[in-house]
Design a protein around this ligand. Structure first.
Ligand SMILES: *Cc1c(COP(=O)(O)O)cnc(C)c1O
Length: 390
């Protein structure tokens, strides 16, 4: 891999495995479960890690190494490990670093499965989580106990598009000697690098904007080398590794991350501005709209506003459903960060099992619609939303 630090776009393209004797231009796909040893001594030295080399693809594989190396450069991280999914990255990070009796302080508005991990699975191992309201950061310190080990948040959040000041979280983590873990999925390393503000670990679901084309699942955790070592040993023994094929696909995707995300954000801002002026819309939430309550924080820590726009259709749950049913071109899908624009109505779909009061705690109102703005021509995206609102 190359040594001199270059610009983001260049690293995304030029960070590459060493060429083989075939002198291929782009990295080949290493679909192999294991690697061979020269002799008994080579095998011994490899297993004791005196030699840094590939042994078995559950541990490392050239394609996953290339993918992780790129994310590390993009996030300014020392080291990392790639997982089969974003949730495998989230679970393994907690499982590797926490012990029975430890405590987590997290923002309440986290990804649904992460919430399930905190409320259903970690308690089985006597690990409790306290939630703070993302819009009341002044309360965070009141949740910290002597047993607290990890401080956790996402920014922007899903689906509320709330923003939290990463520098503030970094300062709290430092003061209380906590491990700050940020799920940076919605921003991507192109828009926001939490390590700059004091995060120790950064997690991505690579399934979203990193793949960007709705093809493969993947996840990654990068950050402090000592913490990653613990996570690596956990993963090496428990098996959530990313497949070489998916790693190869995701590494190719990273080559175009900057141009894709630039365009996603340009389209999203136009969609947000259109919605803000529409009579059937109560409010719009987009980090780079001046009306966003944390606009200043978003401007400080994000390069652009991201590709997710949240808004409220006037009326309630019925009007939200009607809007979704009137959509023609955009997709109704559970994914986000795809080239195709995706529209969801959380109150009648993903969050319909919660009662209204519980939805409101995480800012999901009945009319809330989430748009993952894609790369179609923005006139066609706006055209579809406009006819559906009519
Ligand atoms: C999708 C998502 C995840 C989970 O990722 P998978 O790849 O679906 O397992 C975690 N966090 C956030 C913020 C997500 O959007």
């Amino acid at each position: 891999m190359s040594e001199n630090k270059k610009k983001f776009e260049t690293e995304a393209i030029r960070t590459q495995l060493e060429r083989t004797q075939f002198l291929e231009h782009t990295s080949p796909l290493y679909l192999t479960s294991s690697f061979v040893f020269e002799d008994a001594e080579d095998m011994r030295a490899s297993f004791t890690e005196e030699k840094d080399r590939n042994i078995y693809s559950r541990f490392t594989n050239p394609n996953t190494t290339e993918f992780v190396e790129k994310i590390c450069k993009m996030e300014g991280a020392e080291s990392g490990y790639a997982f089969a999914t974003g949730m495998a990255a989230v679970f393994s990070t907690f499982a590797a670093l926490l012990s029975s009796g430890d405590h987590v302080v997290s923002a309440r508005s986290v990804f649904g499965s992460t919430h399930t991990l905190f409320t259903k699975y970690l308690p089985k191992w006597n690990i409790e989580t306290s939630y703070f309201n993302i819009n009341e950061p002044e309360t965070i310190e009141s949740f910290i106990k002597p047993e607290t080990k990890i401080l956790y948040a996402e920014s922007p959040t899903n689906p509320g598009i709330d923003i939290i000041d990463l520098e503030l979280l970094g300062n709290i983590a430092k003061k209380h000697n906590l491990i700050l873990v940020i799920d940076n999925c919605f921003a991507t390393p192109y828009l926001q690098q939490p390590i700059k503000y004091g995060a120790h670990l950064v997690i991505h679901s690579a399934t979203k904007l990193i793949d960007g084309q709705g093809r493969v699942l993947g996840g990654v955790t990068v950050g402090n080398a000592d913490l990653i070592r613990e996570i690596y040993l956990f993963a090496r023994n428990t098996g959530p590794a990313l497949s070489p094929f998916n790693a190869w696909t995701l590494s190719k995707s990273l080559e175009t991350l900057a141009v894709r995300v630039d365009k996603h954000c340009e389209n999203a801002l136009k969609v947000a501005e259109f919605l803000e002026n529409h009579p059937k819309v109560n409010w719009v939430k987009y980090p780079f709209l001046k009306s966003h309550p944390q606009y200043e924080v978003a401007k400080k820590q994000m390069k652009l506003g991201g590709n997710i726009v949240a808004f409220e259709v006037k009326g309630g749950i019925e009007e939200g459903r009607e809007f979704i049913n009137a959509i023609k071109m955009c997709s109704l899908s559970a994914n986000l960060g795809d080239t195709r624009t995706i529209v969801t109505h959380p109150a009648s779909t993903t969050h319909s099992s919660l009662v209204e009061a519980d939805r409101l705690v995480v800012n999901i109102t009945d009319g809330l619609v989430r748009v993952s703005v894609g790369l179609e021509h923005v006139d066609d995206i706006i055209g579809d939303l406009e006819q559906a609102l009519g």
